[in-house]
Design a protein around this ligand. Structure first.
Ligand SMILES: NC(=O)c1ccc[n+]([C@@H]2O[C@H](COP(=O)([O-])OP(=O)(O)OC[C@H]3O[C@@H](n4cnc5c(N)ncnc54)[C@H](OP(=O)(O)O)[C@@H]3O)[C@@H](O)[C@H]2O)c1
Length: 324
């Protein structure tokens, strides 16, 4: 039987790993790891009680086929290579390895074939990147991307359990200001250029996944007082002309995307529609008349599921299928 380690099993993404693995009925011999704080905690998963193990250098790294990581960059840098060196394929949710040239950065609907070339570590992209690149790939295939402008409206769950607590308890522990009644144009740290790391992640990861190293692209990322699911306004310029009806049809036929766009009936993507699903909802699709071939659209997805856990489990599922 396959042996799978879940690292960060007690966190928001980790708990969702378990939920998605259970939904997909991926049978394996699982070991759940977290910090010393959670050592001994019992988690019921697939009708079995698991005792959470503390992740330390003393564990036996030798016995895993796969390891799903969601414990942040520092833990990933320290431990993912130890699992990989001992024969496991690690799928990591942090930003630790995403821009490493030797590490595939995978959204299964777009570039699963690249995952086959892994050297033991596969990176899951940033949550806001994953949902954006699906419609962008659909547009690129047909009309060739020329320029992209991202404006994001990101839920507090994107910052883990402490982000949710800040909204529910009206604290400012995780975020620099009270998120209640505010939109905070600041996710992750600023660099000297004035961009945040979140914005740079979106820019660089999009180029890598779409294999467009020189794509003109910019981003502004904001945190909004919403519990779950990220919303994004995406403005695109294409090389080739398009008809809006063809574009909608093409987006709707792309794996993973659901076009939700009937403005006369007030139907468009909403966080509450995306919550708990693995779909990327795209709507408000309309022409941007300020340029020759311009498109505006709105895009929403569950950042914990498609933006993190479900994307990683989809990669795992496909790797297991290939292996058998
Ligand atoms: N939330 C999102 O939408 C999202 C989306 C994409 C990617 N990610 C990434 O996924 C990772 C986890 O995010 P999250 O939202 O799930 O955060 P979270 O709710 O804060 O969970 C963090 C997890 O890491 C574990 N951990 C912390 N220190 C550890 C240590 N020393 N050894 C072993 N495990 C340790 C925690 O265990 P304890 O409970 O024992 O502390 C917990 O299980 C981050 O890299 C994040 O950037 C998150």
């Amino acid at each position: 039987m396959l042996k799978i380690a879940i690292v960060g099993a007690t966190g928001l993404v980790g708990q969702t790993f378990l939920q998605v693995l259970e939904e997909k009925e991926i049978q394996a011999d699982y070991t759940l790891f977290a910090s010393s704080k959670s050592k001994g905690k019992i988690i019921n998963f697939m009708n079995k009680d698991y005792e959470v193990q503390e992740l330390t250098k003393e564990i036996n790294f030798n016995s895993y086929d796969y390891a799903l990581f969601s414990a942040g960059s520092e833990i990933a840098k320290e431990y993912a290579p130890l699992f990989a060196k001992n024969g496991a394929v690690v799928i990591d949710n942090s930003s630790a390895f995403r821009m490493d040239k030797s590490v595939p950065l995978i959204v299964p609907e777009i570039n699963f074939e690249d995952a086959q070339n892994n050297l033991g570590i596969i990176a899951n992209p940033n949550c806001s990147t994953i949902q954006a690149v699906l419609p962008l790939k659909a547009i690129d295939e047909k009309y060739k991307l020329k320029r992209v402008i991202y404006s994001t409206y990101q839920a507090v769950s994107g910052a883990g359990k402490r982000g949710i607590d800040d909204l529910l308890l009206d604290n400012a522990n995780k975020f620099p200001y009270h998120i209640k009644n505010n939109v905070i144009p600041h996710i992750d740290t600023f660099d000297e250029s004035g961009y945040t790391k979140e914005e740079l992640k979106m820019i660089n990861e999009t180029r890598k996944i779409l294999k467009h190293p020189n794509l003109s692209i910019t981003a502004t990322c904001a945190r909004v007082p919403v519990l779950n699911s990220h919303a994004e306004s995406i403005n695109v310029e294409t090389e080739y002309p398009f008809r809006i009806e063809d574009l909608k049809h093409y987006l709707n036929n792309f794996e993973g995307i659901i076009v939700t766009d009937e403005t006369k009936n007030n139907i468009y993507p909403l966080n509450t529609i995306a919550n708990g699903t693995d779909n990327v909802y795209v709507g408000r699709i309309r022409r941007d008349y300020s340029v020759e071939n311009g498109i505006n659209f709105w895009c929403v997805a569950d950042n914990i599921r498609k933006g993190a856990a479900s994307n990683a489990v989809q990669i795992l599922e496909k790797l297991i299928q290939k292996r058998t």
